[in-house]
Write a protein that binds this ligand. Structure first.
Ligand code: 6GU
Length: 231
């Protein structure tokens, strides 16, 4: 897939792009680009934002600047863009990212993530250039960049060949294999440590009993988390 991030801080993504599952995904033919929102700005001095109409705190990313950026990167009128690829505004008020949305995005051939800063986007950006607005949770962080990295990480690790062990994404938290429940607890050596025992069943070698024990612990965690399982 082609994954683009439009950001005022493209250099932040250099570190991210060096992470193993990301380099693996790229070697498998996926693409990750951090595109500089300022590169095509029509305003002087690299200006990208402005004060909000109606007053209030903070600065708002300008629609003309985003239009110029998207037109510059993709060579089309950006109103056409949501028909060609998923274009996602990262904003705290958006659809909350979960495993279902990650799976949906991971299956797309092309996704563009727009990072908000300051008070966010001029609403016309979201309305006319985007297919979706996505949030990584019900709290506010200073900008969309870290949210974009979360989305990129979640999507790229789903790409074939991204993880060292192909099975690690099969039976993991929230997967269909666990019916949407969180993962069961893991233990490794040493089997004896202080007086904290490893559950006997895991040392028993009885694969079916282990499977049942894990499924039960996974269900308990799902119930305790208060989150509905996958439909
Ligand atoms: Cl996508 N952006 C910001 N600024 N804060 C957030 C968020 C996004 N998702 C949760 N909080």
């Amino acid at each position: 897939m082609q994954l683009d991030v439009v950001t005022l801080f493209p250099q932040w993504f250099e570190w991210f792009a060096e992470q193993r599952h990301v380099t693996n995904a790229i070697e498998q033919g996926n693409q990750l680009r951090a595109l500089d929102l300022r590169e095509h700005t029509p305003l002087s001095g690299g200006q990208v934002d402005d004060t909000p109409f109606g007053g209030g705190a903070g600065m708002v990313l300008r629609v003309d600047v985003m239009e110029a950026a998207l037109r510059g990167f993709y060579g089309v009128d950006p109103v056409e863009l949501p028909r060609q690829r998923r274009v996602i505004a990262l904003t705290p008020g958006g659809r909350v990212l979960d495993e279902q949305l990650v799976n949906e995005l991971a299956a797309e051939p092309a996704v563009t993530l727009l990072c908000g800063r300051y008070e966010g986007f001029d609403e016309r950006i979201v309305q006319h250039f985007c297919s979706d607005a996505v949030s990584i949770g019900r709290y506010v962080i200073a900008g969309g960049e870290l949210a974009a990295m979360v989305v990129c990480d979640a999507i790229l690790r789903k790409q074939p060949g991204a993880l060292g062990d192909a099975d690690s994404a099969v039976e993991e938290s929230f997967s269909a294999a666990l019916e949407g429940d969180p993962e069961y607890p893991h233990y490794t050596r040493p089997a004896e440590f202080r007086d904290w025992a490893v559950p006997d069943v895991l040392l028993s070698g009885h694969h079916e009993e282990i499977r049942q024990w894990r499924r039960a612990r996974s269900r308990e965690r799902g119930a305790a988390s208060g989150q509905a399982p996958l439909s």
